[in-house]
Every structure is written in C-alpha cells, then in structure tokens.
Design a protein around this ligand. Structure first.
Ligand SMILES: [Zn+2]
Length: 72
C-alpha cells in the first residue's frame, strides 16, 4: 500500500510513501518516546545513496525526521 506525499528530503515531486516496518517503528517509538511509530510512513524514493530515510505520521510532516543511516 503506497500513497504519494511530498518529502522534504527529496525533490518537489510527490513520492510514494509506505507504512514503516517493525524495526523502523521500534526506532521511532524509542527515539521520540512515542507509541504510534507503527502508524508512521516512510518515503520509498530511491536516491543514488539508497533508500530515502524520511519518516512521518501520515498527516503530520512537521513531526517527521530522518532515520539514521543504518536504515538505508
Ligand atoms: Zn524522500
């Protein structure tokens, strides 16, 4: 299931976002001390460096952040 959302790490086009996996959700919960990490979405755009690291709640880009490089 993908949805097209603007990503602040990528260019001005909309990019496919998908639900985070378990490891990504666990990292979000730990990093932000929240419990809704499983409901977050990750940008699925591919850059020359690898997968984009941007994650955010579906409707709250201001709350988003970039996962660490280990999630590439
Ligand atoms: Zn992105």
């Amino acid at each position: 299931m993908s949805d097209y959302i603007h990503c602040p790490n990528c260019d001005d086009r909309l990019h496919p976002f998908g639900k985070v996996n378990q490891a990504e959700a666990a990292h979000i919960n730990e990093e932000l001390e929240v419990r809704d990490g499983h409901g977050w979405w990750r940008c699925e755009n591919r850059t020359p460096e690898g997968r984009c690291l941007w994650v955010q709640p579906r409707w709250h880009q201001a709350k988003g952040f970039s996962l660490p490089e280990s999630f590439r």
